[in-house]
Design a protein around this ligand. Structure first.
Ligand code: FES
Length: 90
């Protein structure tokens, strides 16, 4: 697997944001400088952004480890990754 085929793990916790209705493109590669959204930095990799439509104002926990089974949305998979510190270990 080439380096460009691996998603960048930016942090081992989600990024929580209050979102307004609209269409967003979540960065699936972890290379964007406008996290958690795509800025085109995925060019040359196997990744494509994920289109997310928010229909009403809501809080969103964006996945920042790129391992969530729910795509753009955190499912706490980061807690299973190497390096994650459980509360009792902090
Ligand atoms: S910059 Fe990461 S998917 Fe576009």
């Amino acid at each position: 697997m080439e380096q460009s085929d691996k998603a960048v793990i930016l942090q081992l916790h989600s990024l929580k944001m209050k979102m307004e209705p609209g269409t967003y493109f979540w960065c699936a590669c972890g290379r964007s400088n406008k996290q958690p959204f795509c800025d085109g930095s995925h060019r040359g990799t196997a990744f494509r952004p994920e289109k997310v439509v928010i229909e009403k104002p809501q809080h969103v926990a964006w996945c920042m480890c790129r391992h969530s089974k729910k795509g753009a949305f955190c499912d706490n998979k980061h807690r299973e990754l190497p390096g994650y510190l459980k509360k009792e270990d902090r």
